[in-house]
Design a protein around this ligand. Structure first.
Ligand SMILES: NC(=O)c1ccc[n+]([C@@H]2O[C@H](COP(=O)([O-])OP(=O)(O)OC[C@H]3O[C@@H](n4cnc5c(N)ncnc54)[C@H](OP(=O)(O)O)[C@@H]3O)[C@@H](O)[C@H]2O)c1
Length: 285
């Protein structure tokens, strides 16, 4: 793709303003399950396609690849929004974990740092949040947030927090929408970021999506991503295919009507793919 086409694709992605005034490209590129040795190339291709928002995590073990791609891209650091996450097993030492991530990424600041899972059985997330607030106060991270936080975890965190999380990154796709959690998050000014937004590819077979795709001259994946954008979610699809990178990014140009958004919302089926945050307790180490 030429530089000007990439710039055009990047410009079509809406910028969403978080509760602290920081803006985030509403459609980004996720790198969960991108093998570490393939990450530099995949993220390089994504940046070339026009993505300006990359979602990684210490637990994905591919922060170095993300950093290498950014360094090689020739793009200004401030033109790329980078999210990474605190490993579950490092909730007792967030500052050291953050510094390790920052070093692996080879960057001076992180745009968004998230507590990856609440792991309620550890009883550490409120304490960890204090350290994230301190990283934020120091300007090492432009926004802080959480991931996989259910209503009781949000309540517990907010009771002791000075900074309201900017984002709650949760599993959210047409067959698993977590409506009450999304509504509660937004009610506190916390933006909803949808992970596994395509249901890891499992949500794309529905007849409703096929019909909407035909009506818009689009693919089912693009319809799903347009639904996320239309309902206000930040969305971070993953692919290692350059064709799909371009396809997914182009969803920013598709607008669904309210009635069409409703049709996709009708696909709710309570189909969770990932772990249940109420009980998930893996260390990610
Ligand atoms: N916070 C958390 O706990 C958490 C958990 C899970 C994920 N995440 C984040 O969310 C990101 C996305 O979630 P995800 O990777 O689980 O799932 P996803 O983005 O919903 O789906 C990825 C899968 O869909 C396929 N795919 C991508 N674009 C497609 C298209 N246009 N048409 C058909 N198939 C397509 C990909 O295959 P190919 O790669 O072969 O194209 C891959 O198998 C992750 O990368 C990560 O950054 C966060």
């Amino acid at each position: 793709m030429t530089d000007s086409r990439a710039a055009e694709a990047a410009a079509a992605v809406p910028a969403l303003t978080l509760n602290n005034g920081v803006t985030i490209p509403q459609l980004g590129f996720g790198v969960f399950q991108v093998p570490p040795e393939e990450t530099r190339v995949a993220v390089g291709q994504a940046l070339e396609a026009g993505y300006r928002h990359i979602d990684t995590a210490a637990a994905y073990r591919n922060e170095e690849g993300v950093g290498a791609a950014i360094a090689q891209s020739g793009l200004a650091r401030e033109d790329i929004f980078i999210t990474t996450k605190l490993r579950n097993g490092e909730q007792g030492s967030p500052r050291a974990a953050f510094e390790a991530s920052r070093k692996a990424l080879g960057i001076d600041w992180v745009d968004l740092y998230l507590i990856h899972w609440p792991v309620p059985s550890q009883g550490l997330f409120t304490q960890a949040w204090k350290e994230l607030e301190s990283l934020y106060a120091q300007g090492l991270v432009r926004a802080i947030g959480v991931s996989n936080f259910l209503p009781p975890h949000l309540d517990e965190l907010l009771a002791g927090a000075n900074v309201v999380p900017a984002v709650n990154q949760i599993e959210l796709h047409p067959s698993f929408q977590q409506g009450a959690l999304a509504q509660k998050s937004r009610g506190h000014g916390i933006a909803v970021e949808a992970y596994s937004p395509l249901g890891q590819g499992q949500d794309l077979e529905s007849g409703v999506l096929a019909e909407l795709a035909q009506a818009h001259g689009a693919t089912p994946a693009q319809v799903v991503l347009a639904w996320h954008l239309g309902t206000g979610n930040i969305v971070i699809p993953k692919t290692v295919s350059p064709e799909r990178m371009a396809e997914n990014l182009a969803a920013a140009g598709i607008k669904l009507s309210d009635a069409e958004l409703e049709l996709v919302s009708g696909l709710e089926a309570g189909h969770r793919i990932g772990a249940d945050p109420a009980v998930a307790a893996f260390t990610q180490l």
